[in-house]
Ligand binder design. Structure first.
Ligand SMILES: Cc1cc2nc3c(=O)[nH]c(=O)nc-3n(C[C@H](O)[C@H](O)[C@H](O)COP(=O)(O)OP(=O)(O)OC[C@H]3O[C@@H](n4cnc5c(N)ncnc54)[C@H](O)[C@@H]3O)c2cc1C
Length: 375
């Protein structure tokens, strides 16, 4: 059976790993990504704040050594889901089973004025550029602005604000700065009242201001001002922005997407095309966009492919659950477990910030590097 996986992020890497573990050389898996390496989402924040050298955050795909799996560094230019045919800048692939795990791209231009007036920090390039810029900042108003309600890793902007507090404190200029976060969401983390309240309590302690329920309508680069849907105008000296997210162009052109994202069966991650699955940020499955959910969806798809290869059998439905670590400043990390699809309503369990959480988060990253890259 030929399995072609598009995208070697959290979802694609997990599927390839599960298939190789279960079936070894009996399966023919081609894993395609345009990049030469993978970067864990939170490692971008570590690079931005100078905690880790940029070169250390890259996990090279050349390290993938898994029976049955071939990695190809190629750019996907077209997907024909009906024929399960994929075209790249180097060739064409036909699949018995096709999995789309291409993640989400950013559309900075969707927010008028942002490109000229602010800095996105969600891409590796954006985070690394800020790493060089931050040391030149001498004080003033730092705004962490969320431009869209649908963005990767819901706690990441709050983490950024709290890490900014630590960073400015370490430079001895915190008392010359204000930190403001703006978000269109009603709370810093609406899925859990305990987590949202916990973040707001820490914000109060660290004197971080938070404006909720406020979409950014435009950025005015000349006056260094964010215009909000509430009518407020927020002045800034440094704007760190979470840009509008979009599905990759090749997905939008493939006929797989509806309303901007790929709809899937919530239990199986099947698309409306036979033997074509989609997982992770590129879908509208109903979980937030976060690596832990893409990984969980990947396990569910892999289980179905393995069962099919072995001649059938029941597999467990997708639960949409996962555990995330939240940087809380002051060298402490909190933890949240959320289950979105296992019951009638999402459930969550929040564990407040601790110093031990730092080690737990480190283990989370290290376990992925070991499992996927043998590092
Ligand atoms: C600052 C920040 C912090 C984060 N922190 C966390 C965290 O603590 N925990 C957590 O779970 N998540 C976190 N995330 C979110 C997480 O990184 C993403 O949600 C996750 O990577 C999504 O996995 P995915 O497999 O769906 O897509 P991705 O991991 O984005 O993988 C998609 C892959 O597809 C490839 N691709 C796209 N288009 C093409 C093409 N045309 N041709 C070839 N290849 C292509 C890309 O190169 C990419 O490697 C964070 C994100 C950010 C930005």
């Amino acid at each position: 059976m030929k399995v072609v996986i598009l995208g070697a992020g959290f979802g694609g890497l997990e599927i390839a790993t599960c298939l190789s573990e279960a079936l070894g050389p009996a399966v023919d898996v081609t894993l395609i990504d345009q990049n030469d390496s993978f970067v864990l989402g939170f490692a971008k924040l570590d690079a931005m704040f100078g905690r880790t050298a940029p070169v250390q955050i890259h996990l090279p795909y050349s390290r993938i050594a898994k029976p049955g799996v071939t990695f190809r560094q190629e750019r996907i230019t077209a997907i024909d889901p009906a024929a399960r045919r994929v075209t790249t800048d180097r060739g064409t692939y036909d699949a018995d089973v096709l999995v789309v795990a291409l993640g989400a791209d950013y559309d900075v231009a969707a927010t008028p004025g942002l490109a000229a007036g602010g800095h996105e920090f969600y891409s590796v390039a954006g985070a690394v550029a800020l790493r060089d810029l931050l040391p030149t900042f001498r004080g003033g108003i730092v705004v962490v602005g969320v431009m869209t309600p649908q963005y990767k890793c819901p706690p990441a902007p709050s983490e950024t604000a709290m890490m900014m507090h630590d960073y400015l404190t370490s430079r001895g200029i915190r008392d010359r700065c204000r930190i403001v976060m703006t978000t269109p969401l009603p709370s810093p983390l609406p899925v859990s009242k305990a987590a949202g309240d916990g973040i707001l309590a820490r914000f109060a302690e660290l004197k971080i201001e938070c404006i909720v329920g406020a979409a950014t309508t435009r950025v005015d680069p000349d006056t260094h001002t964010l215009r909000l849907s509430t009518g407020e105008a927020v002045r800034y000296d440094l704007l760190l922005a979470v840009p509008v997210h979009v599905a990759p162009k090749v997905v939008l052109e493939s006929g797989l997407a509806e309303g901007g994202w790929i709809p899937v069966d919530k239990k199986t991650l099947k698309t409306r095309f036979p033997d074509v699955y989609a997982v992770g940020d590129v879908t509208s499955v109903g979980t937030p966009r976060a690596g832990i959910f893409s990984e969980g969806a990947g396990k569910v798809v892999a289980a179905q492919i393995i069962a099919r290869h072995r001649g059938g059998g029941e597999t467990a439905p997708y639960q949409g659950d996962g555990r995330c670590y939240i940087e809380f400043g002051k060298e402490q990390v909190a933890e949240i477990y959320v289950n979105f699809l296992g019951g009638p309503k999402p459930t969550s369990d929040f564990k407040g910030p601790t110093a031990e959480g730092v080690a737990d988060k480190r283990r989370f990253g290290a376990s992925r590097a070991a499992r996927w890259f043998g590092m």
